[in-house]
Design a binder for this molecule. Structure first.
Ligand SMILES: CC(C)(COP(=O)(O)OP(=O)(O)OC[C@H]1O[C@@H](n2cnc3c(N)ncnc32)[C@H](O)[C@@H]1OP(=O)(O)O)[C@@H](O)C(=O)NCCC(=O)NCCS
Length: 183
């Protein structure tokens, strides 16, 4: 199992993190993914949408985080010529605050870096302070607001961007390469 530590104040090195591994999402993960999705978002994605992303969208890259045999979180992005766009990230509500989200985000960043890209963007609900703080912690800065972006609540989206994932990753030290681009 990988250990993961940081020399800086970004130290994510709790014991929790070493118990978690991240791998590419498979269709058979979807029932467990959907359980977390339904508990995490007011308007959850459908299982079909996840399946289409995995099977039909060649730009899509989705990963899951597991602790022992239990799926505890997932994240995904579209990898495009100018950079990657995070489409989804969620951690089991009972497992939050234990660095699982950190592992997922840093794995996406590694995969972006592996493809020779630097930029990552995302949209987040303005009211989702927890997620905004999470992204900020890992180098994402506010770029602007998309008014009325979410059709369910008509809430504004905050657009956030990380300009250089390589620079962000360089502040961390991975003691084992198995979390790399093809974990
Ligand atoms: C956002 C989310 C993925 C973070 O996952 P997580 O495993 O709980 O996050 P981590 O434990 O890795 O936390 C890393 C950092 O994020 C921030 N953070 C996480 N939870 C937080 C909370 N409850 N309040 C404030 N900041 C928080 C902190 O800066 C934390 O670093 P710190 O512990 O040094 O303060 C998770 O909260 C989640 O699933 N939320 C619901 C779904 C969602 O909103 N997704 C984003 C859609 S855009």
């Amino acid at each position: 199992m990988s250990l993961f530590s940081s020399p800086s104040e970004h130290r994510p090195g709790s014991d929790e993190i070493s118990e978690v591994y991240v791998r590419t999402m498979r269709v058979k993960d979807l029932p467990a993914v959907m359980k977390i999705e339904r508990r995490s978002f007011p308007t959850p994605w459908s299982e079909t949408l996840f399946q289409t992303e995995i099977e039909e969208n060649s730009n899509a890259d989705y990963v899951v985080a597991c602790r022992a045999d239990e799926l505890v979180g997932y994240a995904g992005m579209w990898v495009l010529p100018g950079g990657a766009h995070i489409t989804n990230i969620a951690v089991d509500p009972d497992q939050r605050g234990r660095r699982v989200g950190t592992r997922l985000l840093l794995t996406l960043m590694q995969r972006v870096q592996f493809r020779g890209l630097r930029r990552m963007t995302l949209e987040v609900r303005k009211s989702n302070k927890q997620a905004r703080r999470f992204y900020q912690r890992y180098g994402f800065k506010v770029q602007g607001i998309r008014a009325n972006y979410y059709t369910d609540t008509h809430e504004d989206a905050v657009v956030m961007k990380c300009e250089d994932v390589g620079k962000m990753l360089a502040t961390f030290r991975f003691e084992d390469s198995d979390q790399g681009a093809h974990s």
